[in-house]
Design a protein around this ligand. Structure first.
Ligand code: IMP
Ligand code: MG
Length: 178
């Protein structure tokens, strides 16, 4: 697996430190509220698992799955719900947990359909942000790292469903997907 990686962008330690800081910030900001963390499957599971343990206030978790990419590396623009939330979100403070904010299409779609269910609030927490690739105007409320416009894998992020289990975030060698 390591042979397909051009460079390590974010080490295990850098990820752990940043996730811990975000968890602290969320714990302060949401003190006393009815917080529901919504993880967008599958890319955000590793981030979600670490982030929720860095949050020190009571909260619930739920999962949602959408598809926008297939096995390619460019967004199709078509977002489809594959798995909806189990719980009602009316009156709750929703924090959407994502792996990466790229074109922004996936998150703006998710935000729109959740908004229609009358939550008290909706915010976005993304581990990675690729602002150069944005196609819809959307900013994260909590962000781990800004990354360059290169295809990254690891710590939950995949290429064709592989590399999610790498403990760091790395840049994939272009010859792997070209
Ligand atoms: P968006 O709708 O273009 O913002 O795409 C968001 C989704 O695309 C993320 O949740 C990822 O699953 C996927 N994605 C975007 N960029 C990358 C990348 O560099 N590596 C792996 N997955 C990516
Ligand atoms: Mg994803």
């Amino acid at each position: 697996m390591m042979d397909d990686i051009k460079e390590v962008l974010l080490s295990e330690q850098a990820l752990a430190e940043t996730v811990c800081e975000i968890g602290k910030k969320i714990s302060e900001d949401y003190r006393g509220s009815d917080l529901l963390l919504v993880s967008v499957l599958k890319g955000s599971v590793v981030f979600m698992a670490d982030l929720m343990r860095a949050i020190t206030i009571p909260c619930s978790i739920d999962f949602m799955a959408v598809s926008s990419y297939g096995s390619g590396i460019k967004t199709s623009g078509v977002v489809r719900i594959i798995k909806d939330l189990d719980s009602e979100i009316e009156g709750k403070d929703i924090l959407i947990v994502e792996d990466i904010l790229d074109s922004g299409k996936t998150l703006s779609y998710i935000q729109e359909i959740l908004m229609a269910r009358n939550p008290k609030s909706i915010r976005i927490c993304t581990l990675l942000d690729k602002p150069e690739r944005r196609q819809v105007s959307l900013a994260a409320d909590y962000k781990g790292f800004t990354v360059p416009d290169e295809f990254v894998v690891g710590y939950g992020l995949d290429f064709a469903e592989k590399y999610r289990n790498l403990p760091f975030v790395g840049v994939l060698k272009p010859e792997v997907y070209e």
